[in-house]
Design a protein around this ligand. Structure first.
Ligand code: 5GP
Ligand code: ZN
Length: 110
């Protein structure tokens, strides 16, 4: 999608240092990290939210990347978050998984 910031990152229209990249997925550090580790994992194909995923193979590709990233970084304890909809905190309407780690994370999150 032309005016989607994450599509621009996925297409390398905005210079980004990827944490992980393959043909389907790219991961990069969050601009405003909420923990010492705060990585966003996104599909290269534009999908607005998890509700809009048609082929669930996409979720497999994303979580495959999550596993590879935490393994490579020796992260044992982490939280994955997918916010869906404004009320749930979604601010960028291109599907993304947050990986948060490096500090104690409160539960329930509020
Ligand atoms: P959401 O609130 O939609 O679940 O998460 C969107 C996340 O994207 C936020 O944590 C926000 O800091 C991050 N973000 C928004 N714009 C950019 C950007 O241009 N670059 C990067 N690296 N992160 C961004
Ligand atoms: Zn997009």
């Amino acid at each position: 999608m032309t005016d989607c910031i994450f599509c621009k990152i996925a297409n390398h229209e905005i210079p980004t240092t990827p944490v992980f990249e393959n043909d389907k997925v790219i991961a990069f550090n969050d601009l405003e990290p909420q923990a010492p580790v705060h990585i966003l994992v996104i599909p290269k194909k534009h999908v607005a939210s998890v509700k809009d995923v048609e082929d669930l193979e996409m979720m497999k590709d994303l979580f495959d990347a999550v596993q590879k990233i935490v393994k490579e970084k020796n992260i044992t304890d982490f939280r994955t978050v997918i916010n869906t909809g404004k009320e749930a905190g979604q601010s960028v309407f291109h599907l993304h998984i947050h990986i948060l780690a490096g500090r104690p994370l409160l539960w329930p999150p509020g």
